[in-house]
Design a protein around this ligand. Structure first.
Ligand SMILES: NC(=O)c1ccc[n+]([C@@H]2O[C@H](COP(=O)([O-])OP(=O)(O)OC[C@H]3O[C@@H](n4cnc5c(N)ncnc54)[C@H](OP(=O)(O)O)[C@@H]3O)[C@@H](O)[C@H]2O)c1
Length: 267
């Protein structure tokens, strides 16, 4: 059982991967949770698991956040239930593998709505309340992809660059308040993400070292609680971003392109 702290964290994408590991960390520290994802049965499974282990309240909201009205509906539902959100975690996002001239634009617009618009809407509404109370924290799960060129994942990388840029600006706008916003930048991590993105066959997934989502979540959680602006999870990822900052974009893009090639192991 956790020591109940009476606070609420809203976590999108809490049923799998990094978001699920973050949900466990909040629950362990006695936070009640509002968890959002598409699959009702997964939400119920996570809710009953966390509430029975930690004795916290878990509210589930099943929504497809890539639908234009969905993030507004999530906010309305939280208000209707009279819940005050102390911490917002925007985690749910997807990618899509393929050359931009060949990929499906509808799928990419869905990704833009999920990875950018849902983050923006939820951040806007909950941040307004946090600033009015002068308390609260937001974690934006971004990616090192937001700081690297993204051949074969151009839209995904661009969505993460948007979130990073927006977060950096908010850090400045919030500097005279007690509210903090933190960007978490994971590198390739061992979750269902690559399966959903059609990337399982790439060298990055088959031959690279994938981070443990529990470790990534712990890095993000600690940075959030310390009020840090940005955390790149893992030394290898810190080095990759630092090197890409000093090398020409074309060289950084070539390195990512290599990682996106089909692995020999798959052939
Ligand atoms: N894995 C990586 O290598 C990696 C690297 C860098 C950054 N990240 C970032 O980490 C975050 C989490 O990714 P992950 O790797 O943990 O992915 P994951 O294991 O695929 O989990 C994604 C979560 O988001 C939910 N979700 C997906 N689409 C949704 C939608 N349209 N509406 C509502 N919920 C949706 C999923 O539940 P449902 O499917 O039931 O909706 C699930 O709970 C993302 O922001 C991702 O960009 C991941």
């Amino acid at each position: 059982m956790a020591t109940f702290n009476g606070k609420y964290a809203l976590i999108t994408g809490a049923t799998s991967g990094i978001g699920n590991e973050l949900a466990k960390l909040f629950a362990k520290d006695g936070y009640n949770l509002v968890i959002v994802a598409r699959t009702e049965s997964d939400l119920e499974g996570v809710a009953s698991g966390l509430s029975s282990i930690y004795g916290i309240n878990v509210t589930t909201i099943a929504k497809d956040l890539s639908l234009p009205n969905a993030p507004f509906e999530v906010y309305d539902e939280v208000k209707t239930r009279g819940i005050k959100i102390d911490v917002l975690v925007n985690d749910a996002a997807q990618g899509q593998y393929g050359k931009f001239v060949e990929t499906d634009i509808q799928r990419e617009l869905e990704i833009v709505r999920l990875n950018i618009m849902a983050y923006l809407v939820l951040t806007k509404f909950f941040l307004k309340e946090m600033v009015a109370r002068n308390e609260g924290k937001i974690l934006q799960v971004a990616s090192i992809g937001g700081q690297l060129p993204g051949p074969m994942q151009s839209v995904y990388h661009a969505t993460k660059a948007f979130i990073l840029s927006h977060t950096e600006a908010l850090v400045n706008e919030l500097k005279d308040t007690a509210v903090t916003i933190t960007a978490l930048l994971p590198g390739p991590t061992d979750t269902d993400f690559f399966n959903k993105a059609g990337m399982e066959h790439t060298k990055m997934v088959q031959e690279g070292t994938l981070s443990d989502p529990a470790k990534v979540a712990k890095d993000g959680y600690e940075a959030l609680m310390s009020g840090d602006n940005k955390i790149i999870s893992g030394l290898k990822n810190k080095v990759q971003v630092a090197m890409s900052n000093v090398m020409p974009d074309s060289v950084a893009a070539k390195q990512v392109e290599k990682q996106m090639e089909p692995s020999e192991k798959e052939k």
